[in-house]
Design a protein around this ligand. Structure first.
Ligand SMILES: C[S@@+](CC[C@H](N)C(=O)[O-])C[C@H]1O[C@@H](n2cnc3c(N)ncnc32)[C@H](O)[C@@H]1O
Length: 278
């Protein structure tokens, strides 16, 4: 833990916003233990190789590499997901979308009702796998137009043993996907490159730009998907779309053509998820 105390100011001076947490996660990674175990073993002397491993990880973090890519993992909805630079790192904001989808599908209230879910732009498989793990009677079709991203999603589907209920499809949005779905979920790229300070330099340098930028106003992909919703949505179904607060009103305007659209706020009080219930 003394090493953590030394590394934290170094990481802070290289731009880390959570230097102590980063240092703890990297030390746990270097030692191959859980972060909580650091507190239990904090006075164990470290081998030279362990210290060298920790220093190497800290150098990568100081160079701007996100913690999730260094560790190769990120927790989402209490599900441990593998991540690589081929996929966007799942964000806490997206948990709001999944929580609402679970609520709408009645998960956790009595015996689970069969629910057909479409996750468009699945990336690491975060939404698809979390839905399958937390809702025992849901079947998910998850799409992405990146084969590399789908390979990561495939690992996560197998890791959580939901391959019998999650089908991955390499396609543009929902092209070629047949059938109707009770829930159409999407966290598509929704940033406009022209927005000032659209994303941090760390995100821009590390995460796939195809996962970030959604064309003009960040709404081009969302608009295309909404055009396809009448074909995809089952009766009494719902569409949940994660958006940027800067384009939330625009997304609601687009979605209103289908029927009742409303907005959910994230923990910071910003408009974040559009819910459409035609
Ligand atoms: C913002 S990331 C979200 C990933 C994941 N759903 C999550 O919430 O963490 C968007 C994903 O959409 C995919 N994508 C971008 N354009 C697409 C398209 N036209 N069709 C299908 N997927 C697309 C990207 O490859 C990326 O994996």
């Amino acid at each position: 833990m003394e090493l953590v105390g030394k590394a934290a100011p170094y990481l802070a001076s290289h731009g880390s916003a959570s230097p102590r947490l980063d240092a703890e996660l990297l030390l746990a990674e270097a030692l191959g233990v859980k972060r909580m175990d650091l507190y239990l073993q904090f006075d164990r002397p470290l081998a030279e190789a362990e210290v060298a491993r920790f220093r190497a990880l800290c150098r990568r973090r100081a160079g701007g590499e996100p913690i999730a890519y260094i560790r190769g993992r990120r927790e989402f909805m209490s599900v441990d997901l593998l991540v690589s630079p081929a996929v966007m790192i799942p964000r806490p904001e997206t948990e709001l979308l999944v929580e609402e989808a679970l609520k709408i599908s009645g998960a956790g209230l009595g015996p689970p009702t069969p629910t057909r879910v479409l996750d468009v732009g699945t990336g690491s498989g975060a939404i698809a796998v979390a839905m399958a793990v937390h809702h025992a009677a849901c079947r998910v079709v998850a799409t992405d137009n990146s084969a590399e991203a789908l390979a990561v999603a495939g690992h996560n589907v197998e890791r959580h043993e939901v391959q019998d209920r999650v089908e991955l499809r390499l396609t543009d949005l929902a092209a070629g996907v047949e059938g109707r779905f009770d829930l159409v979920l999407a966290n598509l790229p929704y940033i406009d490159r022209d927005w000032p300070e659209a994303v941090t330099s760390e995100v821009l340098a590390s995460e796939p730009s195809a996962a970030l930028f959604g064309g003009r106003n960040g709404l081009e992909l969302v608009a295309r998907l909404l055009d396809d919703v009448p074909r995809l949505l089952a009766q009494d179904g719902a569409v949940l779309l994660e958006v940027d607060p800067r384009n939330a009103a625009g997304a609601v305007a687009l979605a209103s053509r289908l029927g009742g659209a409303s907005l959910l706020k994230d923990l910071a009080g910003r408009d974040r998820v559009v819910v459409v219930r035609p």
